[in-house]
Design a protein around this ligand. Sequence first.
Ligand code: NAD
Length: 454
Amino acid sequence: MSSTTSRRGFVKSAALAGLGLSILPSGIVFSKNKDRKARLGFIGVGLRGQHHLQLALQRDDVEVLAICDVQQRMIDMSKDLIKKSGKRMPLVIMEGPYGYRRLLENKDIDAVIISTPWKWHAEMCIDSMNAKKYVGCEVMVGTTVEECWQVVHAAERTGMPLMMLENVCYRRDVMAVLNMVRQNLFGEIVHVQGGYQHDLREVKFNDGKQPYGGGVEFGEGAFSEAQWRTQHSVHRDGDLYPTHGIGPVAMMIDINRGNRFTELVSYSSKARGLHDFIVKRGGENHPNAKVKFKLGDVVTTMLKCANGETALLQHDTNLPRPYSLGFRVQGTEGLWMDINNGIYLEGKSKKPHEWDNAQEWLDKYDHPLWKKYGNDASGAGHGGMDWFVMHAFVEAVKRKIPTPQDVYDAVTWSVITPLSESSIHLGGETVEFPDFTQGKWMHRKNEFALNDDY
Ligand SMILES: NC(=O)c1ccc[n+]([C@@H]2O[C@H](COP(=O)([O-])OP(=O)(O)OC[C@H]3O[C@@H](n4cnc5c(N)ncnc54)[C@H](O)[C@@H]3O)[C@@H](O)[C@H]2O)c1
């Protein structure tokens, strides 16, 4: 950059700073005004979308301007929530699969929350950024490597911030451990683990009244996720849901901010769980007993990092098991594991070679944001972390500042799925991990959850 250009840039930035505004490399002007309202549109108001809608309706700093879906039942459930909240009924759009584009035409909408099935996310994110909306998208933002690149290019071209609403980054124990990592309690981090270990065999009924119940139906006759999610287990084999496991630990090892994933390898076990479940519940003659499931019951993925750490992820959704994300964060001074709620810190734990109850440490190192907002978050979904992810997004929209998790996080965590599919397809070959930041990871700073407000 010539000195004239950089001086001109400096003068402009200084003038904007005087007005409470700042400018990003993309050219987008950010204001720090936190007192305005965030005006949101909701694309997809199924069970997850309704959950976000409810959180948004509870906030005085949010106006819901439009909701959009393709199913009457989900629209009706959402309208009930809005009526109960006492807030104004927004524009309701149900105009087929591309009806959301009408929502995007509304210039008053600052931001969209996308909670549709996975196959829609990349296209909806790109359309929304092109329409100059902030994007909060449910996990994950792309189902192929190509889609992930398209999302990055759209974000870079439009300058619009995109946040994948990865709520587990805000789980209370995870944030306390992040705090401990930053205070060097575990020493230099060497290895991290996480995953999605959740028995999802029991799908939801569509009996018109009771949305939950143990069934073996999936596809059109089912309800909510069972309409589309189970189908992925029929024709895909890979880590289908990596972001809850990888997001939190990626923040602890500065991925895309001084570190990056360089390669990945995945193996999958045999597929038995879903078939066994269908036969047990529905009998051998149930039509779904004939379905051949491709997804291995336990998919194990290893990632290598530029700074030498390893990360292990497990996807385990089709066997009987209690829920656990299976976190482990391990460094030269000790480790945390969530499965046994244990922490061991050499020279600091009560006894050598014995676990301390992690809770004592987690309470001591409770993250400042949880100390500040724990009461506001209580009662919100998934132990309160859903409140935090919505809060962080809304604060960014209101202040017109970058979101705390950005587009590079979103694609890096999402792309694990297609990469693990490739690795498994190639018989366990190591595949290269794309650098979506194109070198910027070397200079970016990790500022996640480091300010007082969000
Ligand atoms: N972060 C979490 O803890 C968490 C929890 C549950 C679900 N999720 C994610 O949320 C997303 C949605 O899951 P869900 O459980 O709400 O599923 P769901 O099936 O209940 O909801 C999806 C909704 O999208 C609607 N839809 C489909 N195509 C559409 C289109 N073209 N335009 C507008 N609406 C459309 C459907 O009619 C449905 O109402 C998924 O990505 C899922 O993985 C995340």
